[in-house]
Design a protein around this ligand. Structure first.
Ligand SMILES: *Cc1c(COP(=O)(O)O)cnc(C)c1O
Length: 222
């Protein structure tokens, strides 16, 4: 997509989004010059879903970008991003959280994470079962992961046209969010992408991950 078109789509999205909803601009598959363009429109939070792609782009772009990893993260790759990643949104196992905690410690920093909870009916999506998310959060409260900060939850709805289904799934995640918040306050509820962010916000999302509605469609499907 041309830079002019990207400007227009970005401004359109910014105008729709309520002020208290964080925008994570999902830049996967799009080149550094397009990311820099959106950065120059004052966007600071960007999401990538692959470690290798992120590690290649990171040195090319301004250092005050807050990078979010939003795709499945293999434990053995945490070390490549631990020094600079702002938030890992896709924590889908306790083992992964242990490794993030360990690598954050090595760099004497805290890494923010979201627990990715499986709310979709589809079998393909990564994510924790609800009871697993609760157990991990309890262990966190008990001090098991001193170098991470669990700031919230992330979830993806089923890929479907059935609005009721999507509402049901997002509402479920909002309920889990409220329940866990009683144990220790959570700030971030990340749900909603280009096609379903308005309904996600209606269901209580305060962070959305938007790619194609800003940068255009991707050349290859990830
Ligand atoms: C690619 C991706 C997005 C953005 O998807 P769009 O439909 O392009 O907005 C959001 N979340 C995750 C986890 C993704 O992998």
């Amino acid at each position: 997509m041309s830079l002019e078109k990207i400007t227009k789509s970005y401004e359109r999205i910014k105008n729709i989004l309520p002020d208290d909803v964080q925008l994570v601009a999902v830049s996967k598959t799009h080149p550094a010059d397009q990311i820099l363009h959106v950065y120059n429109l004052r966007q600071r939070v960007f999401g990538e879903n692959k470690v290798q792609e992120l590690v290649e782009k990171y040195p090319l772009l301004p250092k005050d970008i807050q990078w979010h990893l939003i795709g499945h993260l293999q434990t053995n790759k945490v070390k490549y991003i631990a020094e600079f990643i702002d938030t890992v949104q896709s924590v889908d196992s306790e083992k992964l959280l242990e490794e993030i905690n360990k690598q954050a410690g090595k760099h004497q920093r805290k890494i923010k994470v979201l627990l990715q909870v499986k709310i979709a009916e589809e079998e393909t999506k990564f994510g924790l079962e609800i009871h697993e998310a609760k157990e991990i959060f309890q262990n966190y409260i008990n001090g098991k992961f001193p170098n991470v900060e669990i700031t919230g939850l992330m979830g993806m709805a089923t890929f479907t046209d059935d609005q009721n289904q999507i509402v049901k799934e997002f509402t479920l995640l909002k309920q889990i969010f409220d329940k866990l918040s009683l144990l220790k306050k959570l700030d971030v509820l990340s749900m909603g992408m280009s096609d379903d962010f308005p309904v996600a916000i209606q269901c209580g999302a305060n962070s959305v991950r938007i790619g194609s509605a800003i940068f255009g469609s991707r050349q290859y499907d990830l």
